[in-house]
Design a binder for this molecule. Structure first.
Ligand code: ASP
Length: 590
């Protein structure tokens, strides 16, 4: 092995035709080697990319033992290639190597280190430090870094101050399960890792900080879904003396800068705002993908006097009939295809049935064409503006099932029919006026839909106990291309109202005092009106990077079942460590 003076004149991926004739010193990992007669070709990789090295007879012997992932330092001259490789940025040049220093050797890597690797994800997670050598992952981490830099700069310019809040903390009510940390000093007592810095950032407002942010780690012990990790990061923001407009302006400025800086994309004036109820009516979802239309349409009135029993019964029982139209799509869905859609809404969304209509040769056909009157059909053609080959999917049920089913069908057909434009179109939507409470069948009580510090709409305060299902809150989400990018709300800033909201979710004043006494107390000493947001950093990076795998944007992720395959965590600890904590294991997972 040669000496390890890591001088380099250039980064490998930056060399171009303009460098021809220059003498360069490069470092990096061997990505590939080929022998061609007495010539040796090596692709040398560093973080910036790959460059081809050529070793002629005079020096080929020096690299005869060099294999993939060896580290080399080479000096040579940049030359124009005879046959350019258009697939790589440095494809027009190569380095004619004059001297080589083998800096380190490497065993055969257990994974294929290439962007289109064929190694399974589990194996790649076990050897994450090798997986990270793939350019695609490095680019994602660099993108993530860039976004955080922009966030810090933009928020700093706006007068926000970054403040760190405790990781060892008391449980915060974001609705998920806490990760607990046993206390050694106070045996039998536990810290909870923060589900978000919610309480602390509100206390910072009470503490007079006025504008706070933090790139904050949050922990939620949930059964993981594909786009979740047990720990994740939020760009967490809170400000005093503002309202929805002030907070939205901060976030919009932030997004505009992030998209400009990382994508060179100017966000047009398209931060649309839609109240939750309208959003559910039009898109059947509180995080609709706004890149395409195909909105849900209410056709209940067409069937006011219908003879068709199914619709008649539904309407009599307070249900609705809604549909989504897909232009020019009738011939793309055969009976079999439509049966699959039927199964999809029956099993996924509890719909009783899916009906469909097709416009074929100026006649309305389909599963319910025979049972509808001519008048009803004519009304539908007119109201929906139907043209030949249009497909209409219809569901009659209670509003919740209708909206959820049609919302999901809208997205599914949006993908199947390629109605969603390519990744460079970004459509943001503020969903406002969320319901304050949701009924939990499991707990048989109302629970906070956002978190219990969210302010109810002033005009709904008197319904807190009499009609909690119809109380709207000042909570909002920002949705981007069908992803919930952030949640936030204007907070309660009066102690009485806070106590009432706790009571409305079944938390007696005593319980509330036991859990949040310090917080309730703080309200007594002049709490400014305040509000904020928590932006899901991983989601944002996923959209910017064009991936739907959250592990692509996290350096050291866990599997979907919350296990770190590389370090094999979580894992057992010594009995001695447990004794100090006063803990005995009563159930041990094999
Ligand atoms: N703490 C909230 C959350 O994590 C965000 C907020 O209300 O600011 O969703």
């Amino acid at each position: 092995m040669g000496e390890q003076i890591m001088e380099r004149t250039h980064e490998n991926g930056t060399l171009r035709l303009a460098n021809v004739g220059e003498k360069v010193t490069l470092v990096g990992w061997v990505a590939k080697r080929r022998n061609l007669g007495s010539l040796v070709f090596i692709d040398l990789r560093d973080r910036s990319g790959i460059v081809q090295l050529t070793f002629d007879e005079s020096i080929a012997d020096a690299v005869k033992d060099v294999r993939n992932e060896y580290i080399l330092q080479v000096t040579g001259t940049v030359e124009k290639r005879k046959d350019a490789n258009p697939k790589i940025a440095t494809g027009e040049i190569e380095i004619h190597v004059e001297s080589v220093n083998i800096v380190n050797s490497a065993e055969t890597a257990p994974i294929t280190i290439a962007d289109d690797t064929d190694t399974s994800e589990d194996t790649r997670l076990k050897y994450r430090y090798l997986d990270l050598r793939r350019s695609i992952l490095q680019q994602n981490l660099i993108l993530r870094h860039r976004v955080c830099m922009v966030a810090r700069n933009v928020l700093d310019k706006q007068g926000f101050v970054e403040v760190e809040t405790p990781i060892l903390a008391r449980s915060t009510p974001e609705g998920a399960r806490d990760y607990l940390v046993p206390s050694r000093i106070y045996n039998g007592k536990f810290w909870a890792l923060p589900q978000s810095p919610q309480i602390y950032k509100q206390l910072l407002m009470i503490g007079g900080m006025e504008k706070y942010f933090q790139i904050a780690r949050c922990f939620r012990d949930e059964d993981l879904r594909a786009d979740r990790q047990p720990e994740f990061t939020q760009i967490d923001i809170e400000m005093s003396f503002g309202d929805e407009d002030t907070i939205f302006a901060v976030v919009e400025d932030l997004m505009q800068n992030i998209f400009k800086e990382t994508k060179n994309y100017t966000l047009e004036d398209h931060f649309v705002r839609i109240p939750w109820a309208e959003c559910m009516r039009r898109f059947g979802s509180d995080k609709p993908d706004m890149r395409f239309g195909n909105e849900i349409q209410d056709i209940t009135s067409v069937f006011e006097n219908t003879e068709f029993q199914v619709f008649k019964n539904t309407i009599e029982n307070g249900g609705i009939v809604n549909c989504v139209k897909f232009e020019n799509a009738a011939d793309k869905y055969s009976r079999k295809g439509l049966d699959q859609l039927q199964d999809f809404v029956k099993h996924g969304f509890k719909a009783k049935a899916l009906a469909y209509l097709k416009m074929e040769n100026d006649v309305l056909t389909g599963s319910i064409a025979k049972v509808l009157s001519e008048e009803e059909k004519a009304k539908l053609v007119e109201q929906l503006g139907l043209a030949n080959n249009d497909l209409v999917l219809v569901i009659a049920d209670n509003a919740r099932i209708v909206q959820a089913s049609l919302g999901a069908l809208r997205v599914r057909l949006g993908h199947e029919l390629n109605l969603i434009p390519t990744e460079t179109t970004y459509k943001f939507l503020w969903v406002t006026d969320f319901p304050m409470f949701e009924y939990s069948e499991e707990d048989e009580r109302w629970v906070a839909a956002h978190h219990p510090f969210t302010a109810p709409k002033e005009e709904d305060v008197d319904k807190l106990f009499t009609d909690p299902g119809h109380v709207s809150s000042r909570a909002y989400d920002l949705v981007l291309n069908g992803y919930e990018l952030l949640s936030g709300s204007i907070r309660i800033h009066s102690q009485e109202l806070q106590a009432k909201v706790f009571e409305a979710i079944g938390l007696s004043l005593e319980d509330a005092k036991a859990r949040f006494g310090f917080f309730l107390d703080s309200f007594r000493y002049g709490t400014p009106p305040h509000g904020g947001v928590g932006i899901g950093l991983e989601r944002l990076i996923m959209v910017l990077a064009g991936t739907d795998n959250i592990r692509d944007v996290v350096a050291f992720p866990t599997t979907n079942s919350s296990f770190d395959l590389m370090s094999e965590a979580p894992n057992v600890v010594d009995k001695k460590q447990l004794d100090i904590l006063g803990i005995e294991i009563s159930k041990q997972e094999k």
